[in-house]
Design a protein around this ligand. Structure first.
Ligand SMILES: [Zn+2]
Length: 564
């Protein structure tokens, strides 16, 4: 393609709304445009990369024996009501009604519909079966952000396996895990596979493929010593030994205008470890209190699992004031009158400082069991001070972007929707199911997060929108242009995806654009064209090398062949 004819609306300025590199570069390099919050259009360069990611995923899914089909995005409510997820998804599900007032949603994920479809299979002989699609999903995220990292419309590869029994599921799950390794290896991503929480979805096992990145929204814990890796929700914190200090009598202390942990530690000049935070939540409509030590972070997913609730949010100020009979900032567990979930560390401690449920007062020397009761669970986030849950050595934390998720669902959906098969003896049994997702747009953003420099994107060859860009330094020089045009034709014939930058622009402008859009190989054609020489430059290297035209052609075709 000739650059002069291409639709590549690059931007010089960093768009203000884009906080992370991939989002900035996807806008600046003209890969996509924003339509609305969390909704993006893909432009030609972006679409080419997206299609390549799609192709790699499709090849590996097919290789693993999965069969592709395509479901609609507009889905009737009935199956979601039968499975219970019409409620569970809550405001995250886009809902609409047709002209006859029939309820629909825009599919957030398709477990129900695949399960319905599989009801056409009756015999055990047809199992196992893995079906997948590459299709658009919709989720009305509360806070769409980071471009396509967390968007409201996105393309997902979702696969579903159906087996006769748990052993069959284990084998299908393993097959998908191996396919995922091949996919993310081919996408040139650096990733970790972590144990994930099965949470509200139920199920017996789950792993996430996490691309390591500082801008990742997820925190994962891993152990260099034994290889343990889990996401923050799953990584268990050790249960501390009970404090053996003597429990002192409770004291009421005056703490005027002291609400936050920082203000308290300063005011009472002591460590945040001596405090317990009491946080008031609304869980499926009811108020509950959750307690963690002052220096710890509460993990809301762990709390949701402990409560077995579907929806959890911080209670509003009015509710907090009602239940604590005090201003916000003075909540505590003593005589609180609502369900309390306390972290193990809170239960193990004695002589804690907590809110007094009275404005401007705290209580000192409060001890679990004597002064208040609570359900005790692991509800805090793991820290680098915690030992590895498996081997006890040091644990490390890092941030990651979840690009893939594999999940053993079991019979949750097949039982709910009556998806049964007949076994060898003619007995009806529910199929045993697994589900397997990959976010395509997010994978693309993750590749950019791991492959960029101050000048722009550095696409790996396998997913680059084009393999090569030819840059004639002076388009008015006949020899230069003839060399460029000839090379362009030869490469096209060799099925190399090539851009010819035929614009009458300064070389600096062309080089800048080529770097920004990240084409892996650049061929500069200058004065030495008259001697049959061109410059060959990899996007990731600073230095160009001088080659004859034929050497350049051989090197390019070899590089392109290597990705096939
Ligand atoms: Zn370990």
């Amino acid at each position: 393609m000739r650059f002069s004819q291409m639709f590549i609306p690059t931007l010089r300025e960093v768009p203000a709304e884009a906080e992370i590199i991939s989002h900035q570069l996807m806008l600046r390099a003209g890969l996509m445009r924003k339509q609305a919050s969390g909704v993006y259009s893909f432009l030609p360069l972006g679409l080419r990369t997206l299609k390549k990611i799609e192709k790699i995923i499709r090849e590996e899914m097919d290789r693993a024996g999965a069969q592709e089909l395509l479901m609609s995005a507009l889905l009737p409510a009935e199956s979601y009501k039968e499975s219970g997820r019409w409620e569970v998804f809550g405001p995250e599900m886009f809902r609409l009604k047709d002209r006859n007032n029939r309820e629909f949603c825009l599919g957030p994920t398709h477990e129900e519909i695949f399960t319905e479809t599989m009801k056409s299979i009756r015999s055990y002989r047809a199992l196992p079966m893995i079906l997948y699609q590459i299709q658009t999903k919709y989720r009305d995220e509360r806070r769409p952000r980071f471009g396509v990292m967390r968007s409201r419309e996105f393309i997902m590869k979702d696969a579903y396996s159906f087996d006769r029994d748990e052993a069959g599921l284990d084998a299908s799950y393993q097959r998908m895990a191996e396919a995922y390794h091949r996919i993310f290896d081919r996408l040139k991503l650096k990733y970790k596979v972590v144990e994930a929480d099965t949470g509200a979805m139920g199920g017996s096992g789950s792993q996430e493929f996490m691309v390591t990145s500082e801008v990742g929204e997820a925190v994962m814990a891993y152990c260099e010593a034994c290889g343990y890796a889990a996401n923050e929700e799953k990584a268990q914190c050790s249960v501390p030994q009970a404090d053996t200090q003597e429990a002192l009598p409770v004291e009421r202390i005056h703490t005027p205008q002291v609400r936050t942990i920082e203000e308290l530690t300063t005011f009472l000049s002591c460590s945040p470890k001596q405090f317990a935070k009491t946080l008031i939540y609304r869980a499926d409509g009811s108020l509950v209190a959750a307690m963690v030590r002052g220096d710890r972070e509460l993990n809301e997913i762990k709390l949701m699992n402990a409560l077995k609730c579907n929806e959890l949010e911080m209670a509003d100020a009015e509710s907090v004031q009602q239940v604590t009979r005090a201003q916000v900032g003075f909540a505590g567990p003593v005589a609180l009158g609502i369900r309390i979930i306390a972290d193990h560390e809170v239960a193990a401690a004695v002589n804690l400082i907590v809110g007094a449920n009275e404005t401007d007062y705290h209580l000192k020397n409060v001890t679990f069991g004597r002064d208040f009761q609570a359900e005790v669970h692991d509800i805090r986030s793991i820290t680098p001070e915690d030992p590895c849950p498996r081997c006890g050595k040091t644990i490390s934390l890092t941030r990651g972007i979840e690009v893939g998720h594999i999940f053993k669902l079991g019979t949750k959906y097949t039982r709910a929707l009556g998806c049964n098969y007949l076994d060898e003896t003619g007995t009806e049994r529910p199929m045993v199911m697994g589900c397997y997702g990959i976010g395509l747009n997010r994978s693309m953003a993750a590749i950019i997060e791991q492959n960029n420099d101050e000048n722009g994107i550095i696409w790996p060859m396998a997913v680059a929108p084009y393999h090569v860009i030819i840059v004639p330094v002076n388009v008015l020089d006949e020899t230069v242009m003839k060399t460029a045009e000839d090379l362009y034709k030869v490469l096209q014939k060799a099925h190399v995806e090539v851009i010819l930058d035929d614009r009458n622009e300064r070389p600096g402008v062309k080089f800048k654009d080529a770097d920004l859009i990240g084409i892996p190989i650049r061929i500069n054609i200058g004065k030495k064209a008259s001697e049959g020489l061109v410059e060959f430059k990899y996007r990731e290297n600073r230095q160009a090398i001088e080659l004859t035209v034929q050497e350049a052609i051989d090197k390019i075709t070899a590089e392109v062949k290597a990705i096939e």
